[in-house]
Write a protein of this length. Sequence first.
Length: 459
Amino acid sequence: MIKKNEKPSRDVKAKVEKKPKVKSWKIIAPVVIIAILAVSLVGVYLFLYQKPGLKTWTVDDDGPADFSSIQRAINSTNAGDTILVKAGTYYESYIEIKKPLTLSGENKSTTIIDGKGMVGAVIAIKASNVNLSGFTIRNGAWGTAGIYLGDASGCTVKDNLITSNVGGSGIDLFRSNNNNASWNIIESNGRGIELEYSSNNDISNNTILSNSNGIILAYASSNNTFSGNTVMNNSLHGFYYYSFYGDKPCDNNALIGNTIGNNSRGARFEHSNNNMIIDNVIANNSEFGVGLFYSSGSFVGNRLSNNGEYSISVTYTSGNNISKNIFSDSEEGIDLYGSSNNTIKENTFLYNQYALYVWVSSNNNLVYNNTISNNTEGVHISYSSDNIIYHNNFVNNTIQVNITGSINTWDDGYPSGGNYWSDHVSTGNPSNGSQPYIIDADNIDHYPFQDPNGWMSLP
């Protein structure tokens, strides 16, 4: 210990001098740097990834709200915002949407947008990812639309009443892909829904009534799905697939589970291929049920009845699969005109004037496993040959077969056999060739069956 007023020795001084000094900046500096980096990274993240706060705005034409005009609300809000429109009648024409947003009416029965028949569509969607619902939309300018989608994708048009767009469309999609239109009521327009140059859209569960044409596809509108729609009381077509002499055909579309009734023409396809028509109810169309003109595809599991001249006409077409359908109460179940290499199988024909009418060089068609029952004529063939017809039940038709100028094959040889004929007695499934069913000298079933569906027991 160093006493008072005593000078420290050299050794003690040395020990004191060797004690290290703490440099505070060496501790603080790394902490500051880390903090700065953290703040910077958060800033970069917010700048790159964090969306600005989305807002909900209100529109009311006669009460307190953010806006009194729908177009003004659209112009003033940001992309991604929601605009809620209160009940009322809004007289606005050509409401233009050029940013992604949600435009929702309070109730489609009481929230009305009336274009007054003035310039353009009532609503024109020119952006992707727009949601539109809950409105009555009416009185677009003549020849335009209630709702127009141009170069739009990812949009949803749902739960609207779209009406009184004279000479135009309820919904018009132009160069617009991957959109959904569902649960709308579309009535009293020139065209219910029209697609031009538009693909991969989902049109489902709409009620499409009392238009000139229910749904029209034109100009290379392909890979669309129409499902669960009710398409009725349209004065021309329920569905119309249009291609001008094969230019820009509408291919690979699907009609699934629709009700198509009380139109003049149920569905008409022109120069359109590989379409699927599956599980639809097609009834009470005054001229015809379905017309395939230079068009091919799969026609499976449909129920067709009371369809004017024919339930389905296949005209100048090959490669169709027509199977598992029920055709009843029409003048003709299936009409083949100048059409070859089609397959008609596992169908039921009941109470038609002609179940199957084959004429004008309709050759090389395959007809098997059908039940043809209680028709005035079962099969009528005129100047059409090389068709193969076997394993069918011909039951109680007034005239089983009527043939003019045609040579066809009526069995698949032994032991596969021919057909069952309710007006012919034979023994065995199939019979052994000693009891042929003779239609005429050129048309003979050599191995008819004793029992209906007797071929089902074959190994």
